[in-house]
Design a protein around this ligand. Structure first.
Ligand code: ADP
Ligand code: MG
Length: 296
C-alpha cells in the first residue's frame, strides 16, 4: 500500500461522502414497495415488479462510432444472464454504462423500478447495490484473504482505519459465509499474493459479495482459469443465483453451458445491440449468430 494509494482512497472517500449526502437528501418516486408494505429507505432499490435491471434504447458514441446502438435489455430479480458476442460488440461498454463509468448519449437505465442509474455517480451506483468484477483481480497481495474481505466489508479502503475497526458478530458471520462460498476457508490466513490466479478471482468476487450487492456484473470471469477452476466458478455463480441477479459476459461456451443448464436465456450482442436472445442451443443455431460470432 503506497501513500499515493492511501491518499487517493481517502480523497475518493471524501468525494463519496459528499455525494452520499446528496443522494440521501433526494426523494425517489414510488418509495413504498408494493407487496411488502414497508417504506423503502431513500436510495433503496424497489424490486417489487421483478425487474432488477432495465436498459432501454441506450446509445454510446465514441467520436461518432456507436459502441452501443439503441441497446435494450431487461434482467429479472435473481436471474443469471449470460451475455455473449464477438469482440467489440459493446459488452464492456454496456457494463461501463450500468456502473456509471460511461455516460450514454441517449436511453434509460434503471435499477429496480425507481433508481435512475444515469443520475448517479459511480460510487453511488455501488452503494445502491451494483457490484462489478473487472477482469484483472485487484486484491491487496500482502494482506491475508480474510483481511481483504474485511476491508471490502467495511467499504473503506483506508487500510489502517479499517483494520483497527472491529467487526461485529453479524459481519463476522457474513465473512465466514463468503469464505465458504468462494472455497477459501482454508486459505483465510494466507497472503492473497500466494493464491492461484483462480483463487484470486474468487477472492475478488468474495470482496463484492461481502457487500451483498443485489446485482453483480462479471466481465469474462473465467479468462485464464483452469478447467477445474472454471467448473468451480460455475458452481459458485449458480449458488448465487436467486439471492443476487448476475450478468455474466463470457466467451467460454463450456462455461456458459454450465451456467445456463439448458434452460436459461442468453443474450447475444453485436455492434452495440441485441442480435439474438434465447436458449444457448437455439442461439448457437441462429444463422445470424453463427455468421458474426460462432462460425469463426
Ligand atoms: P466488447 O467488450 O464487447 O469486446 P467493448 O465494449 O469493449 O466491446 O467495445 C465496443 C466498441 O467500442 C469497440 O469497437 C471499442 O473499440 C470501442 N470503444 C470502447 N471504449 C472506447 C473508448 N473509450 N473510446 C473509443 N472507442 C471505444
Ligand atoms: Mg469486453
Amino acid at each position: 500500500m503506497t501513500p499515493d494509494l492511501l491518499e487517493s482512497g481517502a480523497k475518493r472517500r471524501e468525494a463519496y461522502e459528499a455525494r452520499r449526502a446528496a443522494v440521501t437528501g433526494r426523494t425517489e418516486s414510488g418509495g413504498r414497495a408494493a407487496g411488502h408494505g414497508r417504506p423503502l429507505k431513500v436510495g433503496e432499490p424497489d424490486f417489487a415488479h421483478g425487474v432488477a435491471l432495465y436498459l432501454d434504447d441506450i446509445t454510446v458514441s465514441f467520436d461518432g462510432f456507436k459502441a452501443l446502438n439503441a441497446l435494450s435489455l431487461s434482467i429479472d430479480v435473481g436471474e443469471l444472464r449470460c451475455i455473449i458476442g464477438p469482440n467489440g460488440a459493446g459488452k464492456t461498454t454496456m457494463m461501463d454504462c450500468i456502473t456509471g463509468k460511461t455516460r450514454p448519449d441517449a436511453g434509460k437505465a434503471f435499477f429496480g423500478s425507481t433508481i435512475d442509474l444515469l443520475k448517479l455517480s459511480e460510487p453511488e451506483i455501488a452503494q445502491v447495490g451494483i457490484g462489478r468484477k473487472f477482469q484483472k483481480p485487484t486484491v491487496y497481495e500482502p494482506l491475508s484473504v480474510f483481511e481483504n474481505l474485511e476491508l471490502a466489508l467495511k467499504g473503506d479502503r483506508r487500510v489502517r482505519a479499517s483494520l483497527f475497526h472491529r467487526l461485529d458478530g453479524e459481519q463476522l458471520d457474513r465473512l465466514g459465509e463468503v469464505l465458504a462460498l468462494i472455497h477459501l476457508r482454508d486459505e483465510a490466513q494466507r497472503a492473497a499474493g500466494l493464491l492461484s490466479h483462480g483463487q484470486k478471482q474468487w477472492l475478488e468476487i468474495g470482496m463484492l459479495l461481502v457487500q451483498d450487492p443485489k446485482l453483480l456484473l462479471l466481465d469474462e470471469p473465467v479468462a485464464g482459469m483452469t478447467d477445474e477452476e472454471t467448473e468451480r466458478t460455475a458452481e459458485l455463480f449458480l449458488s448465487l443465483e436467486g439471492r443476487h441477479s448476475l450478468v455474466v459476459v463470457e466467451h467460454d461456451m463450456v462455461f456458459v453451458d454450465l451456467l445456463t443448464q439448458g434452460r436459461k436465456k442468453v443474450t447475444v450482442l453485436h455492434e452495440g445491440s441485441v442480435l439474438a436472445e434465447g436458449l444457448l442451443a437455439d442461439v448457437q443455431n441462429n444463422e445470424k449468430v453463427v455468421e458474426v460470432y460462432l462460425g469463426r
